[in-house]
Design a protein around this ligand. Structure first.
Ligand code: NAD
Length: 330
């Protein structure tokens, strides 16, 4: 089985090359370029392609892959909103993905952001490097015995709830379904109750029509003054303009964002030489109590190893003709 990998970074190559030792029948060619209708033809002579979150797998791309006899699309991520599934299935191609890899990777990053903005670690790192050993503006508060509010208690939210519990926090949660695994760790409450009682709010629900701009002027008003908000889920859960208004109104002790609405052109790119136009990100970064990272929650050795292993197991499932829970259906 010959697979062409698009949009690969050195860390993808490393994690897949390590795992490949266990799959002697699979041959991989790594490309830096991403998959679009202009690069799909490169897949000529390959049985499968492997793509990532920003690949353009629309109708035109799928047409070209099909014309070049590609039978299998491997997504090395959970999402597939960038794929024209109808066309994929029309051609009888199969598409498999990696639905979950390491919830702890994202949850630990969420707690990292919470701790950073609480104890102003992003500021103290810079201060000490400049020989400024003063403590001005660095005072935080104990998480111990405070209340953590977790919105969305699936795999990642549950991991975050366990971490907060370990910190000695009271954990309250809101979800459309209760997670039985959190018995004795979290108490389920209404969304309004969570907003008004939490000292730390961490978002872990998916982005859907009914969660779009879940955090907006109204919900921000319901929060406690001095709350810490962390978003490692999807940018559009938070209405950025309203968040900025809330920050200016001194609502937040701190805000930690691994995802934000206008992240798409930035994610995993070095744009340090560019002059960014219309940047809301720059406005957010102007606040001393805001910390932004660039969608790195998933980025641990364990998560990358799990992504590589599941992707190669997906190839095995394809070769054996067996159905898999990782199949993406129409
Ligand atoms: P999951 O499917 O296991 O959990 C999502 C939970 O959200 C479920 O329990 C679901 O019932 C709940 N939910 C659905 N609608 C809701 C609503 N309206 N209000 C409250 N809760 C609701 O997903 P997961 O693996 O825990 O991932 C959570 C999110 O994390 C993903 O949607 C993804 O956007 C994000 N994520 C981010 C990174 C990163 O690198 N920052 C990596 C992976 C995933």
């Amino acid at each position: 089985m010959k697979i062409l990998f698009y949009d690969t970074k050195p860390y993808d190559k490393n994690s897949f090359t390590k795992e490949l030792q266990n799959y002697p029948n699979i041959e991989i060619k790594f490309l830096k370029t991403d998959l679009t209708k202009n690069t799909a033809e490169l897949a000529h002579g390959y049985d499968a392609i492997c793509a990532f979150v920003n690949s353009d797998i629309g109708t035109a791309t799928v047409d070209i892959l099909h014309q070049n006899n590609v039978r299998l699309i491997l997504m090395r991520c959970a999402g597939f909103n960038n794929v024209d599934l109808q066309t994929v299935h029309k051609y009888g191609m199969r598409i498999l993905r990696v639905p979950g890899y390491s919830p702890e990777a994202v949850a630990e990053h969420a707690m990292g952001l919470a701790l950073t903005v609480n104890r102003r670690l992003h500021k103290s790192y810079i201060k000490v490097r400049e020989n400024d050993f003063s403590l001005g503006s660095l005072m935080g508060f104990n998480f111990y015995q405070k209340t953590a509010g977790i919105i969305g208690t699936g795999k990642i939210g549950a991991a975050m709830a366990r971490i907060c519990h370990g910190f000695g926090m009271k954990v309250i949660a809101y979800d459309v379904y209760e997670n039985p695994g959190l018995k004795g760790i979290a108490e389920y409450v209404s969304l309004d109750d969570l907003l008004s009682r939490s000292d730390l709010i961490s978002l872990h629900c998916p982005l859907m029509d009914n969660t779009y701009h879940l955090i907006n002027r109204d919900t921000i008003q319901k929060m406690k003054d001095g709350v810490i908000l962390v978003n490692t889920s999807r940018g559009a859960l938070v209405k950025t303009e309203d968040l900025i208004e809330g920050i200016r109104a001194r609502k937040f002790f701190g805000v930690g964002l691994d995802v934000y609405e206008e992240e798409t052109p930035n994610v995993f790119e070095d744009r340090s030489d560019e002059i960014l136009e219309h940047s809301v990100t720059a406005r957010l970064l102007s606040f001393p109590n805001v910390m932004i990272t660039s969608h790195q929650g998933f980025f641990t050795e364990e998560a990358l190893a799990a992504i590589a292993q599941t992707t190669l197991e997906n190839v095995r499932a394809y070769e054996s003709g067996k159905e898999s829970p990782n199949d993406v259906k129409a």
